[in-house]
Design a protein around this ligand. Structure first.
Ligand SMILES: CC(C)(COP(=O)(O)OP(=O)(O)OC[C@H]1O[C@@H](n2cnc3c(N)ncnc32)[C@H](O)[C@@H]1OP(=O)(O)O)[C@@H](O)C(=O)NCCC(=O)NCCS
Length: 360
């Protein structure tokens, strides 16, 4: 225990020193009550403890006053006896108690890839084979596929230990997510700038665990128009989407829906109704930082449902480069002549967009 205390407070002090260098005020505290794990199946766990209670009010006061709380991986019993607690379990418990928006696990060399794990069929992975995101519904299958093999690995190599830690972090992330933390990120802390990279790059730097009802879809308002144009801009520049102006969008603002996440607009789409029978799904655009996690299909399904409620019998799309994606959602190629006349007139032969339709 003296060594554990020394190590725990040394790490806390290092973190505090880093904050001091950035002119932030941090506080190391004894906000965690612990109890000993005791003797389980004849094994005496000695000074290893479990979290008993976290003094949330005290931590909230620290945060409200602008200080950064630092938690050593030590908890104290009611009688003041120190116990060693798992820092990852503590982080997960804290994120739940403090109703955190995000929990980051910064680990040493952990990356969840298809080289080390069996991956369920529909899981999103990057070209390099990294698991980008798992929703809470997918994790049990992931754990089931890998549990047996990983649990039998010995602890002789650092690599094996890392694999076991990844499994344990996935379990903790799942528990935290189910208990109300919207997103948990497992990141390789050895990579410089891993948090900004996870948040701001196209594919992130680690694995994100998220709730099923991820983000929200709502109708676009006039105030949203500049943000929606920003989401579309990169695709317009690449020639994938047709250019639209603020006036175009304000004239049709009832047709547009947006997808909001963390208070920002991350995707959009529109349903233009031409007649009682036909409507067009258009302007589908998903911010690249949110791609690959099912936002696009969600928007399309939302608009299909909207069209069904209007008793429309067919939705169609016109696209130059995204035909395969729409086909995978059930759309099939149709002739331009089958589109409403008004839309046919706007079709540009030099652009040569293909038409695909879905019967409802
Ligand atoms: C196409 C688009 C809407 C997909 O959105 P998304 O939220 O990333 O959709 P998904 O979660 O289903 O992930 C996209 C999947 O489709 C694939 N995909 C992306 N663009 C594709 C295309 N043009 N053709 C075929 N497949 C494509 C991706 O590789 C990915 O596959 P993966 O999950 O196996 O890696 C988005 O990439 C986008 O905004 N593209 C530019 C605008 C556009 O083309 N709009 C449609 C014309 S109206």
């Amino acid at each position: 225990m003296p060594l554990i205390k020394m190590a725990a407070f040394d790490v806390s002090n290092q973190i505090m020193t880093s904050f001091a260098a950035e002119k932030n005020t941090a506080v190391i505290g004894n906000w965690v009550r612990a109890r000993g794990r005791g003797i389980q199946n004849g094994i005496d766990f000695g000074t290893a403890g479990e979290i008993d209670k976290i003094q949330v009010d005290a931590v909230s006061t620290v945060l409200e006053n602008g200080f950064i709380p630092i938690f050593p991986c030590i908890g104290w019993s009611i009688a003041g006896k120190p116990y060693n607690i798992s820092s990852t379990q503590l982080a997960a418990a804290l994120s739940v108690k403090l109703k955190a928006d995000k929990l980051f696990f910064l680990t040493q060399n952990t990356s969840i890839t298809n080289k080390d794990f069996d991956i369920p069929p529909n899981t999103k992975i990057s070209q390099e084979g990294n698991v980008l995101a798992l929703n809470v519904g997918e994790i049990p299958e992931f754990l089931h596929l890998n549990e047996e093999r990983i649990s039998h690995l010995d602890n002789a190599s650092d690599h094996n230990k890392t694999l076991k830690q990844s499994m344990s972090l996935l379990r903790l992330g799942l528990t935290a997510c189910r208990a109300g933390v919207p997103r948990v990120h497992i990141l390789n802390g050895s990579n410089n700038g891993t948090i900004p990279c996870e948040l701001f790059s196209n594919f992130g730097s680690g694995t994100m665990i998220y709730e099923d009802n991820y983000g929200g879809i709502r109708n676009m308002t006039i105030e949203d128009i500049p943000d929606v144009l920003n989401v579309m801009r990169p695709f317009v520049d690449e020639g994938i989407l047709l250019p639209r102006t603020e006036v175009d969008l304000s004239e049709q603002y009832n047709d547009y829906i947006i997808y909001e996440l963390d208070g920002g607009i991350k995707a959009c789409a529109a349903l233009h109704v031409y007649n009682e029978r036909q409507a067009e799904i258009a302007a589908v655009a998903v911010d690249k930082r949110c791609s690959h996690i099912g936002v696009g299909p969600k928007l399309v399904h939302y608009l299909i449902e909207k069209a069904q409620n209007l008793n429309i019998s067919e939705v169609f799309v016109l696209t130059t480069r995204t035909a395969d994606w729409f086909e995978q959602l059930g759309f099939a190629p149709v002739a331009i002549e089958s589109l409403p006349e008004e839309r046919q007139k706007k079709w540009k032969p030099e652009r040569g967009s293909k038409a695909l339709a879905l019967k409802l």
